[in-house]
Write a protein that binds this ligand. Structure first.
Ligand SMILES: C[S@@+](CC[C@H](N)C(=O)[O-])C[C@H]1O[C@@H](n2cnc3c(N)ncnc32)[C@H](O)[C@@H]1O
Length: 273
């Protein structure tokens, strides 16, 4: 397959980190997520993932949070078969392929035009999945989407690239657009902000991270009165940790005893509106 990809800027390029993380998880003997399509895309473009220095634990954490976001989206769509699913900053992720998308639901993957050009070549089309080429900071992109259906909105690996003021503005526009719904994204703690300055795995994105981070999962409730926390999902406490390799499993089970320690790591924040 011949694929001609646009030249990505550094922000767009960040999609390889999460895509390769899921691909590397898929190459383990017992993958957590089993994202064969991510693996296929990385192989198709022969991407040199070694340069990203993704350590095995990071690949597992990336796969784990993707799995949690899939579960939230899948559960919502099972309860609301006419729902709209939205993946903000979707990169080359194929979440609509991983969840069971009924013929009554629609899925929208939003990312910059360059990334959507790559998606169109690399992510197989689905009848009810649509690509939206837009800058999320531009209020106009939402106008193309229906306003009368419940929505589930996920963002994987995105929060770090916005200040909290920008992020809350994006969420507020989404909350105003749809009658009701749920929003879930992986958290970015104040510890993660500091750790990103030294962690080798963050080297590729360090200079473009802009979030101040936050630790209290109720902070977003102050951005919009309709936004209510459903659950702070501390991934150290989730059942899939049982499937982690021994050392990583022990480390997570130990951290699970401490809320503040767990909050420093892999967290998925889940809200309704
Ligand atoms: C770390 S990647 C994550 C990609 C995908 N969610 C995944 O899990 O593989 C971040 C993605 O967000 C996109 N992104 C960042 N800022 C954006 C913006 N303002 N508008 C649209 N997309 C954006 C980037 O282009 C990139 O594809």
């Amino acid at each position: 397959m011949t694929v001609t990809l646009p030249a990505f800027d550094q922000l767009e390029d960040s999609l390889w980190l999460t895509l390769c993380g899921r691909a590397l998880d898929n190459r383990r003997d017992h993958p957590l997520l089993g994202d064969a399509l991510a693996d296929k895309i990385v192989s198709t473009v022969d991407y040199d993932y070694a340069k990203l220095k993704i350590v095995p634990s990071s690949a597992i954490y990336i796969a784990h949070r993707a799995l949690k976001l899939d579960q939230i989206a899948g559960d919502f769509i099972a309860r609301h078969p006419d729902a709209i699913g939205l993946d903000l900053g979707a990169g080359l992720d194929s979440r609509a392929h991983r969840i069971d998308l009924p013929s009554t639901a629609d899925w929208y993957d939003v990312d910059f035009p360059n990334v959507i050009t790559a998606r169109e070549q690399l992510v197989p089309a689905l009848p009810r999945a649509h690509n939206v080429a837009a800058d999320l900071a531009d209020p106009g992109w939402l106008e193309k989407l229906p306003t009368d259906r419940p929505a589930v909105v996920v963002a994987d690996g995105l929060l770090a690239f916005f200040t909290l003021a920008e992020w809350s503005a994006i969420l507020n526009r989404i909350i105003d657009h749809f009658p009701s719904g749920e929003i879930a994204f992986n958290g970015y703690s104040t510890f993660a902000v500091k750790a990103a300055k030294i962690f080798p795995g963050a080297k590729a994105v360090r200079s473009i991270m802009r979030s101040e981070g936050f630790d209290d999962p109720r902070v977003p409730e102050s951005w919009n009165p309709k936004l209510k926390l459903v659950k702070e999902v501390l991934l150290t406490r989730e059942p899939e940790v049982e499937q982690f390799p021994t050392g990583l499993r022990w480390a997570n089970q130990l951290s699970a005893h401490s809320e503040s320690l767990s909050r420093r790591g892999n967290v998925v924040l889940h809200y309704r509106f």
